[in-house]
Design a protein around this ligand. Structure first.
Ligand SMILES: *[C@@H]1O[C@H](CO)[C@@H](O)[C@H](O)[C@H]1NC(C)=O
Ligand SMILES: *[C@@H]1O[C@H](CO)[C@@H](O)[C@H](O)[C@H]1NC(C)=O
Length: 387
């Protein structure tokens, strides 16, 4: 049998490598001098790898191998020459524990960025101790923020012990977060799991969040948010709000929270507004197929938020809440009042619907409480509706 001459073997190989090299260039952060010694600041190496990926005219991958990389403030700025950058992280990124930085890892003005895998270690425990002992403490950093960006995927990321919020999408369009694991102590202050504000088309799916503040918080200017298959607890639940802090404020609309379980949380599904004038609103909201396990306030609308009674006593919320549906919500309340609608006396809640809700308290029927709330109930609703 004749052995093919070398060109016949090399030619297909050449085309193979040519094809893959134009389709994606890989930048390994080790080639930019990064070492996983968990103490030397590697933010320059990460930013330089980012700059190379961002300048590439075609799709680019940044690879972070296994190991612990210490990073101070690290910013990945766009716009870029291509809109297909993947950050593939097998390692752990470690934050400064002196809390000197206001933001830790931030993507700004990027379009088409995917982050796969990775562990973020926010090292927040010392700061939480400081805050819990009522000393004056630094604010601490959000671990990962996307700001003014679009077409973002975050998949399989773990975020541990953030100093402040774990993950933030602010001013973004089309963000998909999936398979996210967030973990911080149940008494850690301000460690919201995922915070979304001024953003549209954000989906958060198949994720588990244990933290000391809201598992997911939804700020003003959010629309088309989809949350599905999330396990929350411990934490303060999923909260739309706080809304209405400012007079001029964008509303929240078209939010779906479905197939979600709350375990030992302070709240389940909550809408929360400041008790003072605002042009904000919350409308077209659906909470569906939800299980509550020992939740203090499983279903709650609170329009009288006024921390430390500063700047709002005697005022009422201007935020108009309408078209909010609760469907197929079952489980146990840790307090007697399982369903509370405490709405604005000036702008009562309108169009609240309850359908197949069954919440018990100590093996008995729980209670519902309504003020300034209007709506309808269908199917089995326990505690019986006060709308
Ligand atoms: C509501 O949001 C979902 C996804 O988040 C989207 O598919 C749907 O089109 C939105 N509806 C409206 C009326 O914008
Ligand atoms: C009420 O909200 C739901 C989404 O939760 C939406 O599909 C429906 O169109 C809204 N109804 C009105 C009258 O806006």
């Amino acid at each position: 049998m004749a052995i093919p001459s070398t060109p016949f073997i090399l030619l297909p190989l050449f085309f193979f490598f040519f094809f893959f090299s134009v389709s994606s260039t890989t930048f390994n952060i080790v080639d930019f001098g990064a070492k996983p010694d968990s103490k030397t600041d590697m933010s320059k190496a990460f930013e330089e790898a980012w700059t190379s990926a961002c300048r590439a005219s075609t799709a680019a991958t940044i690879y972070v191998p296994k190991g612990r990389y210490y990073l101070s403030t690290t910013t990945f700025n766009g716009p870029c020459s291509n809109n297909d950058i993947t950050m593939h992280v097998d390692g752990t990124l470690v934050a400064p524990s002196d809390y000197g930085v206001e933001n830790w890892i931030t993507f700004r003005h990027v379009d088409g960025v995917s982050v796969f895998g990775g562990v973020l270690d926010g090292q927040g425990a010392g700061l939480w101790d400081c805050k819990n002992s009522h000393k004056s403490c630094p604010l601490g950093a959000t671990s990962l923020e996307f700001s003014n960006s679009k077409n973002i995927i975050v998949s399989g990321l773990t975020s541990l012990n953030s100093q402040m919020f774990h993950i933030v999408a602010n001013g973004c369009q089309n963000v998909k977060m999936q398979g996210i694991k967030i973990s911080a102590a149940g008494n850690s202050p301000n460690t919201d799991g995922i915070h979304v504000a001024l953003s549209s088309q954000v989906t958060i799916i198949s994720s588990s969040i244990s933290t000391g503040d809201d598992c997911i918080s939804v700020g003003p200017g959010t629309s088309n948010l989809w949350i599905e298959n999330v396990a929350c607890g411990p934490g303060h639940g999923i909260s739309i709000g706080s809304l209405g802090k400012d007079v001029e404020e964008d509303g929240v609309q078209n939010v779906t929270v479905k197939t979600t379980t709350f375990t030992n949380t302070q709240n389940g599904v909550r809408i929360k507004t400041w008790g003072k004038p605002s042009k904000g609103f919350a409308r077209n909201i659906l909470f569906q197929d939800i299980i509550m396990n020992n939740v203090q306030n499983p279903i709650i609308i609170d329009q009288n938020y006024c921390p430390n009674n500063k700047g709002c006593p005697g005022q009422v919320s201007g935020v108009e809440i309408s078209n909010v549906s609760y469907q197929n919500i079952h489980g146990t309340s840790a307090t007697q009042v399982a369903m509370k609608f405490d709405c604005s006396s000036k702008f009562p809640c309108r169009g609240i619907t309850l359908e197949d809700v069954k919440l018990s308290y100590k093996n008995d029927v729980a209670e519902a409480s309504c003020s300034n709330a209007d709506g309808t109930a269908a199917g089995l609703v326990q505690p019986s509706s006060c709308l």
